[in-house]
Design a protein around this ligand. Structure first.
Ligand code: DGY
Length: 324
């Protein structure tokens, strides 16, 4: 069987496919392909290992209905029309768990960086604005003993909660569709309503998937209910936040700061006012971007395609219904 890999991936993922007898075609330019280029590339193969967030919508899937499996090198699959893939009988897999630690690290990094205005102050140094020891300039806030509210407490949220508790003895509250008893036992996390999450958290970190229920969940009405001293962290998906409302809330001082590893759209425009704010840190979607994690993601995606090649079910299948 032949596989198309849509961007470069760590070599162990490629080796896994080749040593198991699959023929591999890679987008060696490592440039983002247009949808038509991706469709063309897929015409010559049976399987796709998709890297990045190209829109695998109904048009793509209808044009590539011969594909026998799509392995995503991401945990999120909001860029894929899963219903269309299921209707066409195409199994789709993702990469859960292996990226939880790395993504939680970025949430922690942003939380601390925002609380101390670190990116902005580092920029001051680069721009020659370090004039003297200033006692009262751009003071940060401390995290010790504060309340961390997690919206969507799954594996990544739990990893962040463990780190926040160990580092700063933070109290953990969360809001989910269903209770997370593992987290309740492990970090003494308390389930609260969405309203209470907004009202009680000093830091709110988003770890939900993007769905119609979560899109723009953090909007004007939500920000107004948050503490004026609170920080919002997003390492999930940009569209969970209404970004214009966030800008407004920060400008009016309705919340204290924001740390974003994901934005809407990506990449963020250079003229976005968030980039001028001392209490905002923005990263270019690097949650899982470590050598270790990207290698594990590549191997996991490869193993899902190997399962298909051997006539088995994908291991991290997103649309189980395809096998019913
Ligand atoms: C994920 O795995 O969903 C990350 O956002 C990178 O795609």
């Amino acid at each position: 069987m032949k596989v198309f890999i849509s961007r470069n991936i760590p070599q162990p993922g490629i080796d896994e496919l080749i040593k198991n007898g699959l023929e591999v075609i890679i987008n060696t330019d490592d440039k983002k392909l247009s949808q038509e280029e991706l469709i063309q590339a897929c015409q010559q193969v049976d399987l796709l290992l998709n890297v990045g967030h190209a829109d695998l919508n109904n048009h793509f899937l209808q044009s590539c209905k011969h594909l026998q499996g799509i392995a995503l090198a991401s945990v999120g699959y909001d860029h894929v029309d899963i219903n269309a893939a299921t209707a066409l009988g195409i199994p789709v897999s993702n990469t859960p768990e292996v990226l939880s630690g790395a993504t939680a690290d970025v949430a922690f990094l942003l939380m601390l960086a925002v609380s101390r205005k670190a990116f902005f102050r580092a920029n001051d140094v680069r721009e020659g604005k370090w004039n003297d020891f200033e006692f009262m300039q751009d003071l940060g806030i401390e995290l010790n003993g504060k309340t961390l509210g997690i919206y969507g407490l799954g594996r990544i949220g739990l990893d962040l909660a463990i780190k926040a508790k160990a580092a700063y003895n933070m109290n953990i509250i969360y809001h989910n569709r269903s209770r997370n008893e593992v987290a309740e036992n492990q970090v003494d996390a308390h389930y609260v309503s969405f309203e209470d999450l907004l009202a009680q958290s000093d830091v709110i970190s988003l770890h939900t998937n993007l769905s119609p229920a979560t899109q723009f969940k953090f909007d004007k009405e939500a920000f107004i209910k948050m503490k004026k001293t609170s920080i919002i962290i997003n390492t999930a998906r940009g569209k969970v936040i209404n970004e214009l409302d966030l800008i407004d809330a920060l400008q009016k001082g309705e919340i204290w700061g924001a740390g974003l590893d994901v934005t809407d759209p990506e990449p963020m425009s250079l003229t976005n006012p968030l980039l001028q704010m001392s209490n905002v840190c923005v990263l270019p979607h690097i949650g899982s971007a470590t050598i270790e994690t990207r290698t594990k993601m590549a191997i996991m995606a490869a193993n899902n395609l190997l399962a298909v090649a051997k006539g088995n079910a994908m291991l991290q299948i997103v649309n189980k219904e395809v096998y019913q």
